[in-house]
Ligand binder design. Structure first.
Ligand code: GLY
Length: 590
C-alpha cells in the first residue's frame, strides 16, 4: 500500500467517526499511518495517567463541566486509591498549569518539607557514616506530606467545581472498592509487597487477612482511606493537617520514632513559583523550578543540544547517543553541587540555563571520544543571582493544561501506613544529600546545597513539563524514575521536535540515560549492536537492558486534536477521553 493511499484511507475512515463537533477536520498526518505507534485522539478533553481507572475519573470530571485543574485534582486523589505505590496523599510533588485565560503558566510546589526537628547529621552514625536504610525504611524517612495542600490549593485557586465534587470519585473507589489489576497484584506478591507485610496497617490495607495479595479482578476496598478522604472533602486542608487525621499521623510518628509533629503539619504550605523557561527549535519550554532540578537541567541540556546537528546524526545512532550522554553527564555534575531548595540556597538558575554556559559545555564535548566522568566537575561558580513516582496530564477543550508529577519516593514510600487513616508515608528524606558525595537510592550525589536542614525541601528530579508553540500548549509530558526522569523528558521532547515523531512514537523509542556518576551509559533494549560497539569505541561504558527508563504520560495538541500516549513500559496506564464516555460502547474500539 502506498503512503498516499494509506493516508487517503485513514482520512476517509476518520471521517465516519462520530466526533463531537459537526465537521471535524481530518486528523493531521502527524498522527501517523507512517508509524507503528499511534496516539489516542480527542477534541473534547483528555486525561493520561499510569492507571486507567484514575484517567477515567478525570475524564468524567471534564464531562461534568470541570476544567483541566478539576480533572487533575480528581485524578490525583483517585490515584491515591487505585495506584497506592505512587499515587498518594502522604507524599508530595509538583504541578504545572497552563491557564488559557490570560495565557498564564504557574508552577505549584507541594514537595515535602523536612520536619522542624530534622538535623544535618540525622542519618549518620557516630563516625559520620550514613546508616544504611535509615533515610529510606524508617519513620525518620518521612517528610511532612504536601500532596493534600498542593491539590487543594490548585482546586481552590483555579478549579471550577466544588471540592466535594472532584473528591467524590476517589471516595467512592476507596469505599466501594475497585478490581485489583494484574500489575498491582504482581507488585504486592513480589519483594516490594512482602516488605509491606512487616507493617500491620499496610498489611491490613492492601492484603487479605492471611497476608496473601488479592488476585487480579478481586475487589480491594479501603475503608480507612475513604474516611480520610471524607475528612479532607469535608474540611479542606484542615481535614488532613489538623484534627483526627493529623492526630493519627502524629500518633504513628511517636510510635515509630519519627519526627513529624502537629506543628509541622499545621505549618505546611504549597508554594506557587515561577516556572523555569527555555527555547528549543522554536518551541518554548516551561518546566519545574527548584526545589526540583528537573526544569533547570532540562533547559540546560536543550540549550547545549540546540546548537548541534542532531537530525543529521540520525535518531539513536552512536553519534547521537554519545552527544546526549556527554550533555547529560555535564548537567548531572552541576546538579550535584548547585541544586537545592531555593528558600535555603541561592540556586544559580540563570547561570545554568544561560546560552553562554551552554556554549561552554558544547565546546567541551569531543564528538568522537567520551570524557571520563572523573574528568568532569560541576562548574565552580556562577555569578551570584537573584521505582516509584507517577505522572499525569490533563487537557480540556478550552486549552487549559495540567502536567503533574507526585510521589512517595519508593513504591509505597517507607512502607509505613498510618493506622486508622489508610495511607502510606513517603521516604522523601532520602532525596537529601545525607552526606556530601554519598549516593542516594538513585545513585545521585549532592553537597551543601541539598544537605538536610530543618523545614527544607529535598531536591527532586520530577520534571512535569509543557512545550508551547507560538505561545499555545503543544505538548504536556512527564515521567517517574527518580534521577532518570529528566533524561526521559529530554528524549520525549527531542523525539517530537527534532525528529517530528507523533507522541506515541516519541514515547515508544528506546531511551538512554547517563547521570555522570556512576560513569555508566544505560541503554534500553532496542539500541542496535552496531551502535553499542561504536559507543564502546568512543570510550562510553554502555550498560544494556538493566533499567527501563521512565513510564511517561503525554498529551500533544495539534490542529485542534489532543493526542494522548500512555507509556507501555508499565502495564495498567491509559488515556481516557470525554468522547469515550459519551460514545456508545460499540464506537469505543475506535
Ligand atoms: N523522589 C524522586 C524525586 O523527587 O526525584
Amino acid at each position: 500500500m502506498t503512503r498516499l493511499f494509506a493516508r487517503l484511507l485513514a482520512i476517509s475512515l476518520l471521517c465516519v467517526l462520530p466526533l463531537a463537533h459537526a465537521e471535524p477536520k481530518p486528523l493531521p498526518p502527524i498522527i501517523g499511518y507512517d508509524s507503528r505507534f499511534q496516539p489516542i485522539p480527542s477534541r473534547e478533553g483528555m486525561v493520561v495517567s499510569s492507571d486507567i481507572i484514575a484517567s477515567r475519573v478525570g475524564a468524567q470530571i471534564l464531562a461534568e463541566g470541570g476544567n483541566a485543574v478539576d480533572a487533575a485534582v480528581a485524578t490525583g486523589f483517585a490515584l491515591a486509591v487505585t495506584y497506592p505505590q505512587a499515587g498518594n496523599i502522604g507524599g508530595g510533588g509538583f504541578m504545572l498549569l497552563h491557564l488559557a485565560e490570560g495565557n498564564r503558566d504557574i508552577a505549584i510546589d507541594y514537595r515535602e518539607t523536612a520536619p522542624e526537628a530534622a538535623r544535618r547529621d540525622m542519618f549518620l552514625d557516630a563516625s559520620g557514616n550514613v546508616i544504611e536504610g535509615k533515610s529510606q525504611l524508617t519513620h525518620l524517612a518521612s517528610g511532612v506530606p504536601g500532596t493534600v495542600a498542593g491539590l487543594l490549593h490548585a482546586q481552590k485557586a483555579y478549579g471550577r467545581l466544588s471540592r466535594a465534587q472532584v473528591m467524590a470519585p476517589a471516595i467512592a473507589l476507596a469505599e466501594n472498592g475497585f478490581p485489583m489489576g494484574f500489575a498491582m497484584s504482581e507488585l504486592l506478591a513480589g519483594p516490594w509487597g512482602k516488605r509491606l507485610l512487616g507493617n500491620a496497617a499496610a498489611k491490613a490495607y492492601l492484603f487479605k487477612p492471611d497476608g496473601s495479595p488479592y488476585a487480579p479482578g478481586e475487589v480491594l476496598r479501603q475503608k480507612d482511606l475513604a474516611w480520610t478522604l471524607k475528612q479532607i472533602a469535608g474540611h479542606g486542608e484542615d481535614g488532613f493537617y489538623r484534627g483526627p487525621v493529623a492526630d493519627r499521623l502524629v500518633e504513628e510518628m511517636k510510635r515509630g520514632g519519627g519526627l513529624i509533629t502537629h506543628a509541622d503539619l499545621r505549618g505546611y504550605r504549597a508554594i506557587e513559583r515561577a516556572p523555569v523557561r527555555g527555547r528549543f527549535h522554536g518551541f518554548d519550554i516551561v518546566s519545574m523550578p527548584p526545589p526540583s532540578s528537573g526544569g533547570v537541567h532540562l533547559v540546560q541540556m536543550l540549550n547545549v543540544l540546540d546548537g548541534l546537528p542532531l537530525a543529521g546524526m540520525g535518531h539513536n545512532s552512536a553519534a547521537y547517543i554519545h552527544t546526549l550522554a556527554e550533555t547529560m553527564k555535564r548537567a548531572y555534575a552541576d546538579r550535584s553541587k548547585h541544586l537545592g531548595d531555593p528558600d535555603f540556597f541561592d540556586v544559580p538558575v540563570e547561570g545554568l540555563t544561560s546560552a553562554a554556559y551552554a556554549r561552554q559545555i558544547r565546546a567541551s564535548i569531543d564528538p568522537a571520544h567520551a570524557t571520563p566522568s572523573e574528568k568532569i566537575a560541576p562548574a565552580s561558580e556562577f555569578p551570584r543571582e537573584s521505582t516509584q513516582t507517577t505522572h499525569f496530564d490533563v487537557m480540556d477543550r478550552d486549552g487549559n493544561v495540567v502536567s503533574n508529577t507526585y510521589t512517595l519516593n519508593y513504591s509505597f514510600g517507607n512502607g509505613v501506613a498510618v493506622p486508622g487513616a489508610g495511607f502510606f508515608l513517603n521516604n522523601e528524606m532520602d532525596d537529601f544529600a545525607l552526606k556530601a558525595g554519598v549516593p542516594n537510592a538513585f545513585g545521585l550525589i549532592g553537597d551543601t546545597a541539598n544537605a538536610v536542614e530543618s523545614k527544607k525541601r529535598p531536591l527532586s528530579s520530577m520534571t512535569p513539563t509543557l512545550v508551547l508553540k507560538d505561545g499555545q500548549p503543544w505538548l504536556a509530558t512527564g515521567a517517574p524514575g527518580g534521577s532518570r526522569i529528566i533524561t526521559v523528558v529530554l528524549q520525549i521532547i527531542l523525539n517530537s521536535t527534532v525528529f517530528g515523531m507523533n507522541i506515541a512514537d516519541a514515547t515508544a523509542q528506546p531511551r538512554v540515560h547517563h547521570q555522570w556518576l556512576p560513569d555508566e551509559l544505560h541503554l534500553e533494549p532496542g539500541i542496535s549492536a552496531d551502535s553499542v560497539r561504536l559507543l564502546k569505541e568512543m570510550g562510553q561504558h554502555p550498560v544494556e537492558g538493566e533499567l527501563l527508563l521512565g513510564n511517561s504520560q503525554s498529551i500533544m495538541f495539534r490542529d485542534g486534536y489532543m493526542l494522548g500516549a500512555s507509556d507501555t513500559r508499565r502495564p495498567g496506564g491509559g488515556v481516557a477521553t470525554v468522547e469515550e464516555l459519551r460514545w456508545p460502547k460499540a464506537a469505543q474500539s475506535r
